[in-house]
Design a protein around this ligand. Sequence first.
Ligand SMILES: C[S@@+](CC[C@H](N)C(=O)[O-])C[C@H]1O[C@@H](n2cnc3c(N)ncnc32)[C@H](O)[C@@H]1O
Length: 275
Amino acid sequence: MSTIPQGQSRPFEPAPHQHRQVAESFGVDAERYDRTRPRYPDVLVEAIVAASPGPDVLDVGCGSGSEARQFQAAGCRVLGVEPDARMADFARRTGVQVEVATFEAWDSTGRAFDAVIAGQTWHWIDPVAGAAKTAQVLRPGGPLAVFWHVDQPPPELADAFAAVYQRVLPDSPFNLQPTKQALGGYQALFTKAADGIRKVGGFGDPEQWRFDWERSYTRTEWLDQLPTSGALTRLPSDKLAEVLEGVGAAIDAMGGGFTMPYTTVAVIAARTSTT
Ligand SMILES: C[S@@+](CC[C@H](N)C(=O)[O-])C[C@H]1O[C@@H](n2cnc3c(N)ncnc32)[C@H](O)[C@@H]1O
């Protein structure tokens, strides 16, 4: 656990949440998204559940329902809020209750929750409006926990992947270039989330939790997941094919597979008062 420096967030401009077409594009292939995206570490889920005063969880941007099902398995009652109806439909078919709306526009109708969570989603939400909406629905003591996976390809692959993106998508507004300091690049995102929470007030000082793990991928497995990246969901098929071919060749050069080190980082703050 660590504290987060204040007021130093200078991430991508315009901010990701202003790219609405991309923000709500993941449902283009909800089945692929759900099948290929990595789950969250059980220790993270357990830590959030332990920090919650009760079992009612609001999952913001629940997508296909992957973390919602993890929290259900941990004994929680989960409501998802999700603006992309295709993702919401998929999640419902897997047993997750979902209301279709952006979080900023969602009407809580006076309901309250013991925890508010968001996996890989908070950067698609206005961080101040999101914290303010959370403050309206979170019971005292309940955590707001927003978390992301940061992948850090082995150095040779990071360079090769970056070269492919630079060649095929030189003008992408998204940072597609895997670097050798991926975690440092994400820190602006974590700090922006913490700044939004502090600005709204009524929360304890945000903490940062970190969980390191790794997963092995074959070329086929990595290429199966790649089209679910926000920066690639709306790409014309010929451009996507070029990316897949280039990335696939880089993995072939590594012997056809690799181990991806991941760090899952959570920014977490407990509600201290009601306003
Ligand atoms: C990368 S996906 C993450 C899905 C899921 N939470 C997970 O971890 O697999 C981001 C999700 O956030 C949703 N989203 C985008 N903008 C949002 C907003 N303003 N409010 C709530 N959800 C939003 C997208 O539709 C998408 O399903």
